[in-house]
Design a protein around this ligand. Structure first.
Ligand SMILES: *[C@@H]1O[C@H](CO)[C@@H](O)[C@H](O)[C@H]1NC(C)=O
Ligand SMILES: *[C@@H]1O[C@H](CO)[C@@H](O)[C@H](O)[C@H]1NC(C)=O
Ligand SMILES: *[C@@H]1O[C@H](CO)[C@@H](O)[C@H](O)[C@H]1NC(C)=O
Ligand SMILES: *[C@@H]1O[C@H](CO)[C@@H](O)[C@H](O)[C@H]1NC(C)=O
Length: 379
């Protein structure tokens, strides 16, 4: 008898919890946009990091995606996400990845597919936003808020890499490069004017540190790393038009959205101030704008981040390549696995530039064909 009642009670509890989960993640009409589902630890969609076997990763990869891009997600799962496991011992440099998807406005069918994908992979961060290009900035804010909430659960991380589901990430080398950047820039003592010794002769990087206290040790610096633009004029027409931009006649220097790395402090800063930060159409432009006044930020421009809206070609030493198809992604991966080089042939579609931090942003970014990549340049 007792067993029977307990069983019945348990069923009710399960039913209630399940309904709660549905209310949060699935029954979208009932969820106000501003409400994030942080209330309950059993909320698997919201607390996948807590439920994950992989706690306290060094790097969290946020891959912005959309419900219907299952093919792209599977391609990523079957290609570059595997590179890390193939190259590193995951106990040394832990990486967690999440596909970020908005759940508002989805059909019952889409929601069903999404939950089944989540129960298979447990790697989707489902956020209460609509999935359109207009909400990318909200997605970034909410993802950062989520990450910041994870800290309250005692789940830390050191860096995030934001990319898209048409980005290829060189996960067989990026962890090593993060360690190199830490060693050369962040843990070594810095002197001003800022010029890390490692950068002399390094043809990939140019960096700048914004600090008030010049006696500060390097380890206080936060990292903002990617391929920066400073001279882009404000778009006034088209999909990415910013209609009330008054800050300047250019965008504020920002790392292009195909892939950039931020250290934890910057993620936390944005998360804590999210409600007061002005959102623009483009997520990457917004992040550059938000971080403009922040102290102790090290900006590293890296030509191995091929993160513009279309790829500059194929280079064996790329760390990120953006705007590539699923077919290209598989080709790159297969070529790397069989030949240990990324490109079957190196192709230059457009020249890169080394960001010049000592001139005004409008003159920062002149493409140069003088600097040739060669095998013996390294960090
Ligand atoms: C990653 O970069 C390293 C160093 O440049 C290179 O040797 C390697 O081939 C690249 N791997 C992939 C998968 O891109
Ligand atoms: C690259 O971006 C352009 C513009 O958004 C798009 O039309 C094209 O399909 C993209 N290419 C790939 C391979 O994703
Ligand atoms: C890139 O890899 C391809 C294929 O292995 C090779 O032919 C080419 O020489 C490499 N490029 C450089 C600069 O190493
Ligand atoms: C940046 O521009 C200044 C002024 O034109 C020039 O003297 C300097 O060499 C440039 N620095 C780099 C790294 O190109």
């Amino acid at each position: 008898m007792f067993k029977f009642i307990a069983g019945k009670y348990l069923r009710t509890v399960i039913y209630v919890v399940f309904s709660f989960l549905l209310g949060c993640m699935v029954t979208i009409n009932l969820t106000p946009i501003e409400k994030t589902c942080t209330i309950d630890n059993v909320d698997v969609g919201y607390n996948i990091m807590q439920n994950s076997k992989l706690k306290n990763p060094e790097l969290v990869i946020l891959i912005l995606s959309a419900t219907n891009n299952l093919g792209k997600r599977d391609t990523i799962r079957e290609t570059w996400l595997k590179l890390h496991r193939e190259t590193y011992d995951n106990s040394k440099f832990k990486i967690a990845h999440y596909f970020v998807i908005g759940s508002l406005g989805l059909t019952a069918d889409q929601l069903l597919h999404l939950s089944s994908e989540q129960s298979t992979y447990n790697d989707i961060l489902i956020l209460p936003v609509h999935d359109t290009y207009k909400t990318l900035t909200e997605k970034i804010k909410k993802s950062f808020i989520w990450l910041n909430d994870q800290l309250d659960y005692g789940l830390g991380f050191k860096y995030i890499l934001k990319c898209d589901d048409d980005s290829f990430i060189n996960l067989s080398y990026l962890p090593q490069e993060i360690i190199n950047i830490e060693k050369n820039y962040i843990s070594s003592d810095i002197t001003y004017p800022f010029q890390p010794t490692s950068e002399r002769g390094n043809r990939y990087l140019s960096s700048n540190a914004q600090v008030n206290n010049k006696k500060l040790k390097g380890h206080h610096l936060s990292l903002y790393w990617g391929y920066f633009s400073g001279n882009a004029k404000i778009k006034t027409t088209g999909k990415w038009a910013e209609t009330d931009w008054i800050a300047s006649d250019r965008y504020i220097p920002y790392a292009l959205g195909g892939g950039y790395v931020l250290s934890k402090n910057l993620v936390t800063y944005i998360a804590k101030n999210a409600n007061n930060l002005r959102s623009f159409n483009s997520e990457d432009i917004s992040v550059g704008f938000w971080l403009a006044p922040v102290n102790n930020v090290l900006r590293v421009h890296d030509i191995r981040f091929d993160t513009e809206w279309v790829s500059r070609g194929c280079r064996n030493n790329s760390l990120v390549i953006h705007n590539i198809s699923q077919r290209e992604m598989r080709e790159l991966y297969n070529h790397y696995i069989s030949q240990k080089t990324l490109c079957s042939e190196e192709v230059v579609r457009r020249n890169y530039y080394i960001y010049n931090w000592s001139v005004p942003p409008s003159q920062c970014c002149k493409p140069s064909d003088q600097i040739k990549l060669s095998k013996n340049t390294s960090t």
